[in-house]
Design a protein around this ligand. Sequence first.
Ligand code: DGY
Length: 337
Amino acid sequence: MTTETNTQTAAKKPKILVARAIFPEALAKLEESFEVRSNQEDRIFSPEELQKELAGVVGALVAGSERIDASALAQAKDLKIVANISVGYNNFDVSAMTAAGVLATNTPDVLTDTTADFGFALLMATARRMTESEHWVRAGHWDKWSIVNNPLGMDLHHSTIGIIGMGRIGQGIAQRALGFGMQVIYHNRSRLLEADEKACGASYVSKEALLRTADHVVLVLPYTPESHHTIGAQEIALMKPSATLINLARGGIVDDLALAQALKEKKIFAAGLDVFEGEPEVNPELLKLSNVVLTPHIASATEKTRRAMVDLAIDNLCKALEGKRPPSLINAEVLKA
Ligand code: DGY
């Protein structure tokens, strides 16, 4: 092969966009086959910048920070696929992508156990006041230790966990709860098959019954216009004053301001939040409270899982650009058109 041919081959590499920083080895692998517009400095693009970055590329790897809608796609005439490095895809306007003939993919399964582990960790940290206790130690309050004056928490074992959103991650949390001898109730758009309910020992109840009965309410449902503010002041009012609320799903599923007010007035015991309305901003009212555990959307954040998510997103992108069906395709209608 001549240098000239090599140069020609290099010049013919299709262009792709990698909109957020990824692992260097993954980027190097992509550079073997593509001319890559990368963003290893990890600056979040404005909508105008994203529109420009998508112009002239055939594929893009993005995360929840990139909103892919008609406006983002306006100049993306060559675009065939946008691969999300995330299982949730509320950053996609799937109808607009389908109308533009752009395949949409996500990263299911590879993060289920890691996210369920984290859900349980956040629940334990919240119910047992772990972050508050750590601050107490760091602030030198240990000399005030007493039987009745420690940060006293709520038990998980033999309590009732209510899971709203019983997909793969919800079921993973239910299975972990069984190990703690918890009673598992759930609410979901559709009821699970009997065999799946049995596998995670879960009983289906209405949302209202769940909120009234559960000692710990865990949210793992997808964000859609219908699930916006699934938990607001009215729903919190149904919960036990001793209950905890965990949001592992998406910002916007909880009305954060109503929650802050309820926590301030001790209408529920505590909350654990990994996702926020308008993140990375956090409602300042939440920041003032000690009975809330705050984490920065890290439920899937182990190195092994984040690598698996990036690898799956790359596989989706490569398959689509080879004219094959990507493994986790969201809008199969595009292939039929
Ligand atoms: C997901 O994959 O949806 C997680 O929330 C990480 O973004």
